[in-house]
Design a binder for this molecule. Structure first.
Ligand SMILES: Nc1ncnc2c1ncn2[C@@H]1O[C@H](COP(=O)(O)OP(=O)(O)O)[C@@H](O)[C@H]1O
Ligand SMILES: [Mg+2]
Length: 208
């Protein structure tokens, strides 16, 4: 069996950046790596982008124009395809799978939208548990500075409020799921990368 590592955190926390660096680190050591993300690039992921994420202000602040439950079900459907078509087969082939977001994102965001956490946990029970989940944690103000320009700048406060709730939810989830390890994402790219590598070596490879 391979290794399954997930990066989580609010928008702008550095997930995509660190996922890439970690993939390169494994590749240099001779591992076969599958770098992936959620929502995926499959038709399900595209549907999510269309219905949920490209909702303009409404999409970001108040959720999809579709119901919150339908939103959660779409994310779960996308994940089911991801798990069955890519993640499980890759792990069975002994590869290192690194995913930029996974079901913890659904829990943190959909819970922040007001859905029942236990329903969300049940809905995602099919999703294989990762060996390690790296939660990149940083204050919302800093994450919003980083992505300034990438997203709409109006309604800044409302977006920040949602992000704050999501950040709090992630920290609560870290108490419930023992595979989640928190990393301070305020540091430099290199320092964060080194912290992540140390975690991987300690938690999964058993090297130190
Ligand atoms: N440690 C860091 N310090 C400063 N800027 C960073 C750091 N990590 C990432 N960034 C920058 O912040 C932005 C968001 O990073 P990204 O990896 O895309 O975050 P995410 O995928 O979590 O939304 C990018 O422009 C990236 O270059
Ligand atoms: Mg990203």
């Amino acid at each position: 069996m391979g290794m399954f590592i997930v990066l989580e955190g609010i928008d702008g926390a550095g997930k995509s950046t660190q996922a890439r660096l970690l993939a390169q680190w494994f590749e240099k050591r001779g591992y076969e790596v599958v770098l992936t993300k959620e929502p995926t690039d499959t038709p399900f992921g595209k549907l999510i982008r269309k219905l949920v994420l490209i909702g303009g202000k409404e999409g970001i602040i108040d959720g999809a124009r579709i119901s919150h439950e339908a939103e959660a079900l779409l994310f779960a459907a996308d994940r089911a395809e991801h798990v069955h078509k890519l993640i499980k087969p890759s792990l069975e082939q002994g590869k290192v799978v690194i995913s930029d977001r996974y079901f913890y994102s659904s829990l943190a965001y959909q819970w922040a939208r007001g859905l029942d956490l236990e329903w969300l946990v049940d809905l995602n029970r099919f999703a294989v548990r990762p060996d390690l989940v790296i939660l990149l944690d940083l204050p919302v103000r800093e994450s919003m500075n980083r992505i300034n320009g990438r997203k709409i700048k109006t309604e800044f406060d409302k977006i920040a409020e949602l992000q704050r709730r999501v950040r709090e939810n992630y920290l609560k989830l870290a108490k419930r799921f023992e595979e989640i390890k928190i990393i301070n994402a305020l540091a430099s790219l290199e320092d964060i990368h080194n912290d992540i590598v140390a975690l991987v070596q300690h938690e999964i490879l058993g090297e130190y």
